[in-house]
Write a protein that binds this ligand. Sequence first.
Ligand code: ATP
Length: 474
Amino acid sequence: MSVSLDTIVSLCKRRGFIFQSSEIYGGLAATYDYGPLGSELKRNVTRAWWEAMTRRHDNVVGIDAAILMHPEVWKASGHVDAFHDPMIDDRVSKMRYRADQLIEGHIDRLRRNGKEQQADAVYEKLVAALNAEDVPKALHSVIIGEEIKSPDSGVADWSDVRQFNLMFKTHIGPVSDTESVVYLRPETAQGIFVNFHNVRETARLQIPFGIAQIGKAFRNEIVARQFVFRMREFEQMEMQYFIKPGTQMEAYEAWKAERLNWHLENGIRADRLRFHVHEKTAHYADAAVDIQYEFPGGWQEVEGIHSRTDYDLGRHQEFSGKKMEYFDSETNERYIPYVVETSVGVDRTILMLLSDAYREEEVKGETRVVMAFRPKLAPITAGVFPLVKKDGMPEIAHRIEADLRREYNVFYDEKGAVGRRYRRMDEAGTPFCITVDGETLEDGSVTVRHRDSMDQVRIQADNVRSYIRDELQR
Ligand code: ATP
């Protein structure tokens, strides 16, 4: 049984993983702050991605581009004209919905009620509508034709469907006029495309090569629900892999496999991950797939892998007037490289990790909540406890703590019964707890308690750091 979203949200607040932004002012919709545990988890996730994508590949390098970019970038990328979602209003409740998601919800309901054939038929209609000339009109007629009711008011009193641009606009400099408009980037990818030559030349790269980036992105989402799944300010980890035209399918398949494997390496259960082919592929893409996870709200995207042809570099060449070609010195060919991109949300990865790690177990008549994160991702690597606050135990425990702090995030706790201290660490997902007790005073050994099995082993206090290092390698 998967955990409910409410359980995750309340654990996040109670334990300091994630808070509502500006909570003391009533919060700001769809923006969240990471607390002490959440920010450590996030750091570990971004580090794991960075290492997997850059360090493990001798032909992938990183950049860190600005959030604000020249406004022409977003014309070239197509975002000014086409980065919109179809929205529809319930005239009774005044609530706003994404038209395509309303239809998807309807399809899910039909499937849950065993009406597979009807669900398949509506799915076909959705695909046709998304590919229609006039998408808003086509989606509207599916909603009306299927008599889809509003989830809040329960009636079908719908407005027309309108396209709504998702980019946040602001102004640069002291004068706010049309000349000074800039956008908060809705994706990190464009910072990579515009730096194609800078990076290629300075890092002396030859095709195929990749550029990776982690950074904030902003989208004024119409319906921002489901906690950190859909936020208005979020973080992406993207990699653009530049290749010779004609080799895209090979690269696409290789990155598909590698990216799925990354999620598995992070400990995500295989039966909760799947590939999902897009209903509608952007006109310039020749293949696109999502990696979906079975979230508390159902199967949804965590990562997209797209074969984008030469669209982006070609458009930047057209709009900037600068050549975006690559000269292949081996074959004496000149071409605009094709691109395979992998794009994963940090926050959705965190929500997936939280949902996947959550366990409730009965132990001696009590329920223990355990966050079974892969040890290398856990916010706190080790808890260090003196059994009692006397006989020199706190001093020894502090010495172990100081030694571990040279490499790991550690939590020292001397308050309350040791069983309680273990439970608190279980809920934070801490894989190891080190306890200094009477035996330590006699022979210098301590107990190491493992989070998942609750097994305890005794090792020498001096060896704790190397023991943990070995365990993390496993
Ligand atoms: P969706 O269809 O769910 O809106 P998308 O297809 O627009 O997502 P992409 O543009 O491919 O998403 O972005 C790549 C990744 O960035 C997504 O797989 C997701 O993990 C993350 N992402 C996109 N939008 C958001 C958001 N509003 N909040 C959190 N993460 C997001």
